[in-house]
Structure formats: structure tokens, C-alpha cells
Design a protein around this ligand. Structure first.
Ligand SMILES: NC(=O)c1ccc[n+]([C@@H]2O[C@H](COP(=O)([O-])OP(=O)(O)OC[C@H]3O[C@@H](n4cnc5c(N)ncnc54)[C@H](O)[C@@H]3O)[C@@H](O)[C@H]2O)c1
Length: 299
């Protein structure tokens, strides 16, 4: 199996590195910074040598000629302190447009696409509208990360083992994300929720000039492994919705099953009236951003 990573910055490079611990045969990497890709793929190839792994890393010169089983799009500006993910929309939608124009038809017809660039829910929807690919082959990576962060903060607060916790995070990949977990002290769970909602911004405030990449790359690895091993695993992810949860013509985080064809099922959670309201306010910002793209005739 082959993956193509578009964007060899912090997140892309760490996904490439984690591929050494997946059952992949080839990792192709593309970035507008051509020398950077040559350096990173050579360094990664040396890692394959050190770790005795038969994994081939290759720098892509011409994106339009490239085919792969899975494409991961991390190309885009990360946020800096004080910025929300939505603040990246104007810059990153242009980058996404540039990439889409350079993808070949064979790739668009067959590959599973994992969108990472932010705002990931809006850019996943944009990618879907612009390419017209089957919606099951479009996965936005957010819930794998947010649920992982929530798992960690729950573990810290309610003293359960990380491996025994299975929380879900749905809605938007923003401070309004909706963290769902009910077993235990409600005030401690609420504390873990707030820590999860602020987790990305906290890392940004420490990094001074970029956003998180170890945990996001780990989130992408779980999706890649679920596709290449046809796991049918439930991983909350951004999906295009057509009626599920009462929403259509939008993409946001919901629990989904991931298998070799991408999203094989959207799981319907039973939400209370209050939770339905919470979900509604969580996805307000996505609806606004989609309306903004429409106003600008970008979709
Ligand atoms: N979905 C998530 O949960 C999540 C988590 C972390 C980061 N992100 C997002 O992922 C994106 C990348 O983050 P990062 O930390 O790797 O940033 P980075 O700045 O380290 O890397 C971005 C890379 O994109 C490349 N690039 C820019 N325009 C390009 C184009 N037209 N074609 C190819 N490559 C291009 C740049 O040269 C750079 O190497 C950001 O938008 C960030 O907000 C999303």
C-alpha cells in the first residue's frame, strides 16, 4: 500500500515518520518546498535503514503524475497564538484550491483522502464539493485527535487507565467541540472537557510559532492503519452528512467506521434534547464558514 502526503511540514513529516510503524510499502511526499522534501525523505530513508524497515520514501516532483491508495493533505498554515482555526480559512482554502487543481483523475477516482489542514471541517467540505469524490472516500482528521486528548485529560482527572477510556468527540474541530463521556464525577468530567477544548491552544501558546504535531500525526496514523488493515474501527472523524443527525450539505465530526473504502458507516449516537442543542451551537461556525465560501463564489 502506498500513501501520498501533501505538505511536509511538522504534521506531514511526523505522519511520514510514524509510517515506519505501519504496514505500508511506500510513502511519497510532496511540498512546494522541494528541497525540504528531498531532505526529509532522505532522512526518513535513513531511518528505515536504521530501524531495518522495508519502507520506501520518495520525494514527489510532479504532483499531477502521482497515484496512491491514501492521500493525506496537511499543506496549510498552522495557527499562531491568539488565532482560531477558522482564522486560517482564507489562506488555507487557496492552498487547497491549488492542490486540487494538480491532482490527477485516477487519484481522485480511487484514493481515500484524509484532510488535516485547518479549519478541517470546512476544508473537508470544500474538498468534497470541488472534487465531487464519493463521500465515503473523504475523511477529515479531527475526532481521532480530540478524542485522544479527551482520553488523556479524563485519565488525569478521573484516574482511569487511558486504555480503559473510550470517549467520543463530535461537532466542530474548534473550542466548541462536543466532548461526550458520562461515567463518573460530572464536575471532573466537565474539567476534562474544558481542558480538551483548550488543548490545541495551550500547545500553540507553548510552541510560539506553530501548532501541535505529535498528537495530530498520531490521529492520522490511526486512520491510515484502519484503512490499510480494513479494521472497520470506530474513530470519530469529519464526514460529509446527508441527513444524518438532521444535517445535510455540511461536514463535521461524527463517530464513523473506517475500513479499506474509507468511511463505511456513520454511527448515529442517541442524543438528548440538550445534546442536540449543544451540537447545533458547535456546528454554527462551520455553517457560517460554508456560507462565507458561497458568498465568495468559492464553492
Ligand atoms: N485537523 C487537525 O486536527 C490538525 C492538527 C494539527 C494541525 N492541523 C493543520 O495542519 C496544517 C499543517 O500544520 P503543520 O504544523 O504541519 O504546518 P507547517 O507550517 O509545519 O507545514 C505546512 C507545510 O505546507 C506546505 N505547503 C504550503 N502550501 C503548499 C502547497 N500549495 N502545496 C504543497 N505544500 C504546501 C508548506 O511548505 C509547509 O511545509 C495546518 O493548517 C494546521 O492548522 C490540523
Amino acid at each position: 500500500m502506498k500513501i501520498l502526503i501533501i505538505g511536509a511540514g511538522n504534521v506531514g513529516a511526523h505522519i511520514a515518520y510514524l509510517s515506519l510503524f505501519s504496514s505500508l510499502d511506500e510513502v511519497a511526499v510532496y511540498d512546494i518546498q522541494k528541497e525540504l522534501v528531498l531532505g526529509k525523505t532522505l532522512d526518513l530513508s535513513h531511518s528505515a535503514g536504521v530501524l531495518k524497515k522495508d519502507l520506501k520514501f520518495r520525494a514527489v516532483q510532479n504532483l499531477a503524475e502521482e497515484v496512491a491508495d491514501i492521500v493525506v493533505i496537511t499543506a496549510g498554515m498552522p495557527r499562531k497564538e491568539g488565532m482560531s482555526r477558522a482564522d486560517l480559512l482564507d489562506v488555507n482554502v487557496k492552498i487547497m484550491q491549488d492542490i486540487i487543481e494538480n491532482l490527477n483523475e485516477d487519484l481522485l477516482q480511487n484514493a481515500v483522502f484524509i484532510i488535516v489542514a485547518n479549519p478541517v471541517d470546512v476544508l473537508s467540505y470544500y474538498f468534497y464539493k470541488k472534487t465531487g469524490i464519493a463521500k465515503n472516500r473523504l475523511i477529515g482528521m479531527a475526532g481521532a485527535l480530540d478524542a485522544g486528548r479527551f482520553r488523556y485529560h479524563l485519565h488525569e482527572n478521573i484516574d482511569k487507565k487511558i486504555s480503559d477510556l473510550n470517549p467520543v468527540v463530535i461537532g466542530s474541530h474548534s473550542k466548541d467541540m462536543m466532548c461526550v463521556y458520562k461515567e463518573g464525577d460530572a464536575s471532573l468530567i466537565d474539567k476534562a472537557k474544558v481542558e480538551t477544548q483548550n488543548a490545541g491552544a495551550k500547545v500553540v501558546s507553548y510552541y510560539k510559532g506553530g501548532s501541535a504535531y505529535f498528537a495530530p500525526a498520531s490521529g492520522v496514523k490511526t486512520l491510515i492503519d484502519a484503512v490499510i488493515e480494513d479494521k472497520n474501527e470506530i474513530i470519530p472523524s469529519v464526514a460529509v452528512l446527508e441527513g444524518e443527525y438532521g444535517y445535510s450539505d455540511i461536514a463535521f465530526g461524527v463517530p464513523v467506521r473506517i475500513s479499506k473504502t474509507g468511511i463505511s458507516e456513520i454511527i448515529k449516537l442517541q442524543l438528548s434534547k440538550n445534546e442536540e442543542e449543544e451540537l447545533k451551537s458547535s456546528v454554527n461556525g462551520i455553517e457560517d464558514s460554508i456560507a462565507y465560501l458561497r458568498e465568495k463564489n468559492l464553492i
